[in-house]
Design a protein around this ligand. Structure first.
Ligand SMILES: [Zn+2]
Length: 82
């Protein structure tokens, strides 16, 4: 497979750097959701505007937003405590 963001050869849907950024995104989302009540899509948009976010993370956020529009309120993390 090739990375969905940069096209580099990858084991999964992202290359090593973008996969790591994606994991960071998902981890940080839990904190943002708790403190700001953001949906996953809103969170990704905020990341893209965030001057402190790294370029890798922004590229992943852009990719996730455009290629797979999440439904409002959906979390990328499997809900285990319904
Ligand atoms: Zn990549």
């Amino acid at each position: 497979m090739n990375c969905r963001v940069c096209g580099a050869r990858a084991e999964g849907e992202f290359c090593e750097m973008h996969a790591e950024s994606c994991e960071n995104l998902q981890r940080n989302y839990e904190a943002w959701k708790k403190s700001m009540g953001l949906s996953w899509a809103d969170y990704l948009r905020e990341i893209q505007k965030n001057i402190y976010a790294g370029i890798w993370v922004k590229e992943v956020a852009q990719c996730l937003l455009s290629s797979n529009p999440p439904k409002e309120g959906n979390s990328p993390v499997e809900a285990s405590n319904i």
